[in-house]
Design a protein. Structure first.
Length: 230
């Protein structure tokens, strides 16, 4: 049995639909329960339902054999894991945004830039690469409020359609990562015994894919299954 750390929410629904289309179903009674670990009826997969930001950690420390989460989560966590498959849903972009009136404004005029974001590491790496000093203001939600209320000069956030930005008078200034998909065919040698199962699931063509760019990943040093399952 392969243990997979699965991000809760919309990505969980899309991922389970993908597995179901490949013939690996989780019983409705399990999904409707409060269980945090559920298994497919054929006994081939066990899903650990976790917060998106925690998924890479479960894999990195060998508790899970593989995981599914967004590329933004992996970029921010910097977890030491492989990214072998692009599951073709959840495609978004990480972008720098601000008020329309500051579009084209030189960062040098701002001195230290205050940036509101849920991704402090990604934001810091981006601005430091440009030689721009920043003060990161870490927020957990409604990041768009920061420039509207004067809390920050810019924001760094995940953008899907851009509609929320537009409705709040904000515009994308720059795109940090246009495609959040991982490589589609890299399978680490140390997880080769499980690779066919994951590959078969990823090829299920009949699944409706509302979102794109979630990724699966494997830990570098996979422990035996007996040490992972509990």
């Amino acid at each position: 049995m392969l243990t997979i750390a699965l991000s809760k929410g919309r990505m969980q629904d899309d991922a389970l639909a993908l597995f179901a289309r490949a013939g690996h179903l989780v019983a409705e009674s399990e999904l409707n329960s409060r269980k945090l670990i559920v298994s497919t009826t054929d006994g081939r997969y066990s899903f650990v339902l976790v917060k998106p930001g925690d998924a890479p950690t479960y894999v990195e420390y060998g508790v899970a054999d593989a995981g599914v989460c967004g590329r933004d989560v992996l970029m921010e966590s910097r977890a030491d894991v492989h990214e072998p498959l692009d599951l073709k849903f959840g495609r978004c972009k990480i972008a720098v945004a601000g008020k329309r009136e500051v579009l084209g404004e030189d960062y040098n005029l701002l001195a230290t830039v205050r940036v509101g974001t849920k991704y402090p590491r990604i934001a810091t790496d981006y601005f430091h690469a440009k030689g721009v000093p920043i003060e990161v203001i870490t927020l957990s939600g409604s990041v768009e409020l920061a420039p509207l209320l004067g809390l920050s000069d810019r924001i760094v956030d995940l953008v899907e359609t851009g509609q929320t930005l537009k409705e709040n008078g904000l515009e994308v200034i720059d795109v940090i990562a246009e495609s959040l998909a991982s490589p589609t065919h890299v399978i680490p040698a140390r997880t080769a015994s499980h690779a066919p199962h994951v590959a078969d699931t990823s090829r299920s063509s009949g699944v409706k894919r509302k979102r794109r760019a979630s990724v699966s990943f494997f830990n570098h040093e996979k422990k035996s299954f007996s040490s992972c399952s509990r």
